[in-house]
Design a protein around this ligand. Sequence first.
Ligand code: NDP
Ligand code: 8X3
Length: 252
Amino acid sequence: MRKLALITGATSGIGKATAQILASNGYNLIITGRREELLHELSENLINDTGAGVLSLCFDVRDLTQVEKAIDSLTGRWSDIDLLINNAGLAVGIEPVHEGVIDDWERMIDTNIKGLLYLSRIISPRMVARESGHIINVSSVAGHEIYPNGAAYCGTKHAVKAITKAMRMELVPFGVKVSSISPGMVDTEFSLVRFKGNQLRADNVYKGLTPLYAADIAEAILFMVTRPPHVNIEDLAIMSTDQGSTRDYRRR
Ligand code: NDP
Ligand code: 8X3
């Protein structure tokens, strides 16, 4: 029988690639994001290409009412989620704290931290009741390292690391796995969002090096979810060969 995964932020990048690989490897999916037309397009493609059952839910993870309404609407075969992937997230802005844009900070904190907590709060009780399930939080190298002009974003990903560890301790008694994955630079819409639509600045991030691609992270997530029941990957850190740290790159 196919397992059921819910992926936040499946309209693009890592979330979309993860949806594709999980649908091809025996999962039914609930895909979520704010861009409804992209969800529909992905849903149709996944159903046609893989035969997976796919349901799309359009909501903003920052809005608790929307999150509750969406998850409460799940019934029957869509209600018992085996795998929650808290992937929706963003960096926005690249200013030092003394020039920081408060709205940018609020977007990052509300999405990367509060959204992840909302989804986990609403979905984990059913996992606890069934004494099975797996939650994977998409963290970052920015949850392990810090860099100037990244105070708020690095802060959110350090928070994801702390939340993941605490959640793991809390859910161990119920046989629910909690993991995180911590990628370095991945070529997605991430930089376009960080630079507020400035394509040139976004392209420069990946110039002269080979970054990770979303499919690389999706493959790692597939590895994490296909470990035997007694194995839980605590955190999987993954960098491109051309990246040494958040500040060291090999560019040619
Ligand atoms: P993308 O910008 O390509 O994808 C981000 C996804 O998050 C989109 O599907 C977007 O969907 C969704 N999203 C953003 N805000 C919200 C919101 N408020 N409500 C619901 N969905 C939201 O970036 P990535 O794929 O790279 O990012 C995915 C995760 O990976 C993030 O948590 C990011 O921090 C992390 N990460 C990325 C790295 C990178 O270098 N790319 C490196 C390390 C970690 P929509 O716009 O439709 O709502
Ligand atoms: C994204 C990677 O180095 O831009 O999480 O913070 S980095």
